[in-house]
Design a protein around this ligand. Structure first.
Ligand code: ADP
Length: 274
């Protein structure tokens, strides 16, 4: 069953820039779906159009078959509780503790204090931060901050989690931990996850299917392994090449060299991480 359907979706910003054109995508309930593209391809715009944070200028978004364009503001507001989001910069409230951050969406939704308390404890355990309940975001590492953001996004039992470059600010080891947490959440709760990224590795690690966004439109869509093994369009080949293995270009070599320099690692240790 499809949970999100984009039909001929388009977005033209008020300054005339066309960010998205004729996007047709169907995301199935329970899958981890990746949207990958170069910087400026329209990925964030697409992520924001899914829950009408950004209003599309063409086409339609359907959530469980219901067209968003026909929903009232109150209905859209309610729908957003079904779609959690996490971002590259975590977007935590710095003056609030971890528990207070996680409790925030439940307060907004008008939950009872006892229910908030119980759910916050459950979420802290889920993301492995029981011992950080009273810490403030600035006392946490990047990976721990993203765990708080995940717990907060899941607080009101959403059906979909949108991850907009959620691991792009994290080092490779922390990225692996966060991706494995997301995969675990997908498996345990059947949560649908929409992963927006410019990194092929992220898609390979957790996504079942992927859409390649190439300059405003969908260049290819399909099973991750098939799309990555047999890219049919130049947009796909370019993207895979740019983020590809050690043999492809200077970018990977530069990344290796930087890792070596920053961490004082051996070549073997570095190869394990790239
Ligand atoms: P990505 O997430 O793939 O990097 P974005 O969705 O952020 O791409 O941006 C797609 C295009 O839309 C870019 O050319 C960007 O400059 C433009 N854009 C993004 N937000 C706005 C805005 N609020 N007003 C005008 N143009 C925008």
């Amino acid at each position: 069953m499809s949970i999100i359907e984009l039909q001929g979706l388009g977005k033209r910003y008020p300054n005339g820039l066309v960010a998205l054109e004729g996007i047709d995508l169907t995301i199935e309930a329970g899958e981890v779906f990746g949207i990958i593209g170069k910087s400026g391809a329209g990925k964030s715009t697409l992520a924001r159009c899914v829950n009408f944070l950004e209003r599309p200028t063409a086409g339609e978004v359907l959530f469980e078959g219901q067209p968003l364009s026909r929903m009232s503001r109150t209905q859209i507001h309610k729908l957003r509780q079904s779609i959690g989001m996490i971002f590259q910069q975590f977007n935590l409230l710095m003056q609030r503790t971890v528990t207070e951050n996680i409790s925030f969406p439940m307060e907004i939704a008008g939950w009872k204090r006892a229910d908030i308390h119980a759910r916050a404890a459950e979420l802290l355990a889920l993301v492995g931060l029981e011992d950080k309940a009273k810490s403030y975001p600035k006392q946490l590492s990047g990976g721990q901050r993203q765990r708080v953001a995940i717990a907060r996004a899941l607080a009101t039992h959403p059906k979909v989690l949108i991850c907009d470059e959620a691991t792009s600010a994290l080092d490779p080891g922390t990225t692996r931990d966060i991706l494995s947490l997301l995969r675990d959440i997908n498996r345990r709760f059947g949560l649908t996850i929409l992963v927006i990224t410019h990194e092929m590795r992220v898609v390979e690690t957790i996504c079942h299917r992927v859409a390649i966004l190439g300059g405003t439109h969908v260049a290819e869509v399909g099973n991750v392994r098939e799309v990555f093994a047999n890219p049919r369009t130049s947009a796909a080949r370019e993207l895979l090449h740019a983020d590809g293995g050690i043999t492809t270009d200077g970018a990977a070599i530069t990344r290796l060299a930087r890792l070596l320099e920053e961490r004082g690692l051996t070549a073997e240790e570095v190869l394990e991480r790239v």
